[in-house]
Design a protein around this ligand. Structure first.
Ligand SMILES: [Zn+2]
Length: 162
């Protein structure tokens, strides 16, 4: 995808938006990361149709498996406000180089992308200022085939030891 501030082909929207503003929201919320175990801070922000931005930071507690990535917290922040029409996700961390979302977050995003029949732009910026602009479809080649029903997905998780 071309580095552009117009999300058109994939979203159907011609609304202009400010990529720097989206990244700034992620940088600001990174300061709130609650990371007593890793001390590794990540901030994320999601842009929804119409231009509204929802942010999230990574959160941990002393039981490691209960931690949640910044990207999923940002998505959940939007969901809490009734929004699931994601156009773009921005991610910043304490790393010098850009950090892309983990596989779990990509899988999570894919479910909403499919509901909306669109790709999601992904922007990652490192402390160096280096910026990667890519998309969910480009990063996540796996997942369930597009025509898989919700029922089939649920049934695939019913494991049996028989
Ligand atoms: Zn993640």
């Amino acid at each position: 995808m071309k580095p552009s501030n117009t999300i058109d082909q994939r979203s159907g929207s011609s609304a202009h938006w400010d990529m720097n503003k989206l990244l700034e929201a992620a940088q600001t919320v990174r300061e709130n990361a609650s990371v007593p175990l890793s001390r590794f801070r990540v901030g994320a922000s999601v842009l929804v149709k119409g231009g509204e931005i929802f942010e999230g930071c990574n959160t941990e507690c002393l039981i490691p498996v209960l931690g949640v990535c910044a990207e999923r917290n940002a998505i959940n922040h939007a969901l809490i406000h009734g929004r699931n029409d994601f156009l773009a996700v921005a991610v910043v961390s304490d790393l010098y180089a850009p950090l892309l979302p983990c596989g779990t977050c990509l899988q999570y995003m894919q479910e909403f992308a499919r509901q909306q029949s669109r790709d999601i732009l992904i922007i990652a910026e490192g402390r160096s200022g280096e910026r990667l602009i890519t998309s969910l479809d480009e990063l996540f080649k796996g997942g369930f085939p597009p025509d898989t029903s919700a029922r089939e997905i649920q049934e695939s998780f019913r494991w049996s030891l028989d």
